[in-house]
Ligand binder design. Structure first.
Ligand code: ATP
Ligand code: MG
Length: 119
């Protein structure tokens, strides 16, 4: 087995799918780059893709009824909510402090929307 094949086999064994898929093409166009720059780029892309997959899996298992973002929440429409309180919750400081957070209010006012958007 030559080094080309061994590199690809090792990447597959290590589950580094992103590098495995992109390394050939990237190396073709990276002749002016240093080894460190090449490693930096390839590993960064692998980490990015792994983190994104982990994030998607966590979201799936969270079992949210829908996905909504804070940007989609109409604060001027919902006058009873103080945006600065939500901004503070968005820092997730309450999790760090092991505090609970509960939204109270009548049906359909956005409690679940705000809950799933907290991230
Ligand atoms: N201020 C708002 N801006 C944008 N969308 C809103 C707003 N308030 C409610 N919605 C939308 O209305 C729908 C109902 O909101 P949500 O499910 O969050 O209400 P809820 O308070 O959790 O209701 P329930 O008490 O029935 O569980 C969702 O699609 C949500 O995105
Ligand atoms: Mg709800």
């Amino acid at each position: 087995m030559d080094s080309y094949e061994r590199v690809h086999e090792s990447l597959i064994s290590l589950g580094m799918d992103t590098i495995e898929h992109t390394i050939d093409n990237y190396l073709e166009n990276a002749r002016d780059k240093s080894i460190m720059e090449i490693l930096d780029h390839l590993l960064s892309e692998e980490v990015k893709s792994k983190l994104s997959k982990r994030y998607d899996t966590k979201l799936k298992y969270a079992g949210f009824p829908f996905r909504k973002t804070m940007e989609e929440f109409d604060f001027p429409f919902q006058r009873s909510i103080d945006k600065s309180v939500i901004d503070d919750l968005m820092t997730l400081r309450f999790m760090h402090n092991k505090e609970n957070m509960v939204f109270l209010g009548p049906p359909g006012v956005g409690k679940t929307h705000l809950s799933v958007a907290l991230k």
